[in-house]
Design a protein around this ligand. Structure first.
Ligand SMILES: *Cc1c(COP(=O)(O)O)cnc(C)c1O
Length: 228
């Protein structure tokens, strides 16, 4: 498995590098989050040993369990999924970056818990760029007020935005949604405070990460392409 993972990782990294080059950037400008939600802790260990050091989980319980089981490894854990407020505490204990702050009540809960744990937590705001009802996140119009809210909450360090492309759309729709996320970030790039500066764009998964990079992704979240 470990050799297989080395091959898969090399393939994905090459595709990242090629897409970065097409957008006039370096491979090193794009962080690969290897999504481990499909596999158990033992397989996650093999993936780490094959060279994936930034790992993403979408469920707090699983992230917590794996972080404990793999605590001997120097893994940077990212929480990529949606969070319930009662799961914030355990998530902050292990996650380096929270990708999906998607509502005011969650912002407040994360800020409060981070303050209680005496830490500053790196976060991204999730934006609903597809406008699909089923999707989480702030609308484009709500981003400004969410940023304003966080400016007053120093235990959160807001580093950028995150999105999921709509399920219904085709490749062109995804490209338009990724471009929209970039435009929203650029529209708010004048906000520069001690705890807010939007640089990161977490967008793109196995099916569309190259398009996302062409549109400016700085973080891609890739799962299934690693397990083929
Ligand atoms: C599962 C998941 C991914 C990875 O999706 P793949 O299509 O398997 O690459 C990315 N982001 C989030 C939020 C996910 O839940």
């Amino acid at each position: 498995m470990e050799d297989n993972f080395k091959t898969r990782l090399a393939e994905v990294r090459q595709r990242i590098a090629d897409a970065a080059q097409r957008s006039g950037r370096n491979a090193g400008d794009v962080t690969l989050v290897a999504v481990t939600k499909y596999v158990d802790a033992a397989t996650t260990r093999e993936l780490f040993n094959a060279g994936a050091t930034v790992l993403g989980e979408n469920r707090p319980q699983v992230l917590e369990e794996k972080a404990r089981q793999l605590s001997d490894l120097d893994i940077e854990w990212h929480m990529i999924g949606n969070l319930q407020r009662n799961k914030v505490k355990r998530t902050l204990a292990h996650a380096t970056l929270i990708h999906a702050l998607d509502r005011d009540s969650l912002i407040d809960a994360v800020a409060k818990e981070a303050a209680a744990q005496d830490k500053t937590v790196r976060c991204l705001l999730e934006v609903n760029v597809s406008g699909e009802e089923s999707k989480h996140g702030f609308s484009a119009d709500e981003v400004a007020s969410a940023i304003e809210r966080i400016v007053a909450l120093p235990s959160i360090r807001l580093e950028g935005l995150m999105c999921m492309a709509g399920l219904a759309g085709d490749e062109n729709d995804a490209r338009g949604e990724f471009a929209l996320l970039r435009e929203i970030r650029d529209a708010h790039s004048d906000v520069q405070t001690d705890n807010v500066a939007l640089r990161e764009l977490s967008m793109g998964m196995s099916g569309d990460f190259e398009i996302a990079i062409e549109e400016g992704a700085t973080i891609v979240r890739v799962g299934s392409a690693l397990y083929r």
